[in-house]
Design a protein around this ligand. Structure first.
Ligand code: SF4
Length: 347
């Protein structure tokens, strides 16, 4: 059965989506499950997954059955470790040097085929970058960034080694296996002393090329044949999920959704299709009432203060844990019980 975390508002289940991909039918399964088993909403996460909240005691089993039937739960043993990001616009616009989505699917299968890899820490992260550098700031443990249609740069830190795409899924799982051999209690490659070099050595590889560090987060709007849609606070209502569910979608690590350009009926339900919206770049943790640790209803407060933070990347947290904070730089808004601190100063 799917592992469920107990939050103040009931069970919290995370559905992992390698590459962020969801067919229209799968999105409909999740939407119905949220309505019938949870609080009605679908939360998007910073790892391009979906969360359902407010599950009652029978919810996890029923949800697991539905996910299994919808091909969203291929291996119970590996569910926690299927953390595979892929550039959300891969293959859809001019910036994409190579379509990495099929590689993400092959990597997921290779991962689930190896029983030993069920022991990977849940934080261990794979990334497949289509060459634009949008995943760079997410600091995956094992990443491949496209150079062209034939090769990519495999890296476990600042340096990489050229590899052919055909070999990538097997090399990435081999790197994960080697991580399990060299680590002690560590959760991430960067925490292991000399981890990247020791792992590559076990694969018979040596990293010599510097991996570019620039990061280009994808904003809302039309990109090639795709439309990137901002979801206010990364939380889809039933109506919004229904509007998106006309088509196959890709969830992004920025809690937005990629749909085909020309998809209609989205603005009418409160989704945002242009880059100059005040919702762009604003995220928040669950806050009250969902989380017992929360000192405020951060989502309501973020909505009230929206106009004041326009144009900036901002994360609102109900306590110092800062759950769901974005990678890279952001304005840090934290509830302290009688108000908020903004980057350490009183709001
Ligand atoms: S940051 Fe604090 S309040 Fe917000 S979800 Fe995490 S633990 Fe709860």
């Amino acid at each position: 059965m799917l592992a469920v975390h107990q939050a103040a508002d009931g069970g919290l289940a995370r559905v992992r989506l390698p590459g962020g991909r969801l067919t229209a039918a799968q999105l409909d399964v999740l939407r119905r499950a949220a309505a019938e088993l949870g609080d009605g909403r679908l939360e998007l996460t910073s790892r391009a997954n979906v969360q359902l909240r407010g599950l009652d005691a029978d919810g996890p089993r029923e949800l697991s059955d539905r996910l299994y039937t919808a091909d969203l739960l291929p291996s119970i043993a590996h569910e926690r470790v299927r953390n595979i990001l892929a550039s959300p616009l891969s293959g859809l616009d001019q910036e994409s040097r190579y379509d990495v989505m099929p590689v993400a699917a092959a990597l997921d299968k290779a991962l689930c085929d190896r029983p030993a890899l069920a022991e990977l820490p849940g934080r261990f992260l794979f990334a497949l970058d289509d060459g634009r550098g949008d995943l760079a700031e997410l600091q995956a443990d094992v990443a491949v960034r496209a150079l062209d249609e034939r090769t990519g740069l495999l890296s476990l830190g600042g340096r990489g080694v050229r590899v052919e795409w055909a070999a990538v899924p097997e090399l990435m799982v081999a790197a994960a296996e080697a991580f399990l051999q060299v680590r002690e209690q560590e959760w991430r490659v960067a925490e292991v002393s000399g981890g990247a070099e020791r792992i590559l050595e076990r694969l018979g590889l040596r990293a010599t090329e510097v991996v570019p560090v620039e990061s280009t987060r994808v904003a809302a709007g039309v990109h090639g044949t795709a439309l990137v849609v901002t979801v206010p606070l990364g939380s889809l209502t039933q109506e919004q999920a229904t509007a998106l569910g006309q088509v196959d979608v890709r969830i992004t690590p920025w809690r937005s959704v990629v749909v085909p350009a020309g998809t209609s009926g989205l603005e009418e339900v409160g989704l945002v299709t242009s880059p100059d919206s005040p919702w762009e770049g604003v995220t928040a943790c669950a806050g009250r009432p969902g989380c017992a640790k929360a000192l405020a209803d951060v989502r309501a407060d973020a909505t009230r203060q929206l106009a004041q933070v326009r144009g900036r990347r901002v994360h609102w947290s109900g306590c110092e844990r800062r759950c769901g904070k974005p990678a890279g730089e952001f304005v840090d808004v934290i509830a302290v019980g009688d108000g908020y601190l903004v980057d350490g100063e009183r709001l």
